[in-house]
Design a protein around this ligand. Sequence first.
Ligand code: DGY
Length: 326
Amino acid sequence: MDKLKVFATHEFLDKFLQNLNNSYKVETFPGKNINREELLKGVVGTSAIACLLTEKIDAEVMDRAGKNLKVIANYAVGYDNIDIKEATKRGICVTNTPGVLTESVAEHVIALIMTLYRRIAEGDRLIRRGRFLGWEPDLLLGTSLKDKVIGIVGLGRIGRWTARLAKNIGMRSIYFNRTRNLEFEEELDCNYHSLDKLLSMADVVSLSVSLSEETAGLIDMEKIKKMKRSALLINTARGQIVNQNDLVLALKNKLIAGAGIDVFENELEIPTDLMSMENVVLTPHIASATIEARNAMATVLVDNLVDALEGRNPSCLINKEVYNYD
Ligand code: DGY
């Protein structure tokens, strides 16, 4: 019997797929940035695609893979890069990697807040530019995090862990979510508010919603104007949740005090305006980039992929309809 092909789109994933048993033939793209043409070529005849959040997996890719395709295993918790409807229509499982990057992303949220409030990146730049002329009482005065209110938009795993970390460093949390979580409210003494109310109350607004039709452009000029002028905006979710032009304009006009941004509308075109602002901290989509999280994400991906190929129900299946759930 022919071996089932498993196609991985990035060399990083290769070592995690090497333990698959003999019934599979793993083909890994031998590099880092697969282009569309290489993707379309690589998936031909494959039963499984192990892919990254930067790759658009749409009907064309599924067509190219052909009728053998059983599973698309995304190496991310977000799956806005995959056409879920199209996959579901074809009975293809789509899986993601939730639960194992929660702490890392939440830690990054707190790191961005600390970097902004305590002006760490500015201090680093000042020293490197040779401008540190010795201790001064008012050099780079920052803001203490204690008693500041963090407004968490989206109370999934990452939002909840962020609230826990925030509490441990003396911040207070409020949240907005589609549904309320009374148990969580009680546990962390964390109040629910409408989005507008949260924006008007928070010293720091942190976005932890996934990207969907509902959340695309959620934070635009109208919403930013509801924030305090002293507030920070932190985005570790997806760039498209914030209207980036509006954010740049708001920062230029000092409508808010700063921003910590890990995700962008277009990762290959970061606005130069953002790069020149001292009150903005930019990181290159690394919120989940810890050794622990990235290894665990790969393990979860492989488990999902093998379960789907062997007819079991993958634990991180997104389109549960393919298994005809009740
Ligand atoms: C995800 O998993 O969706 C994250 O954006 C990766 O950092």
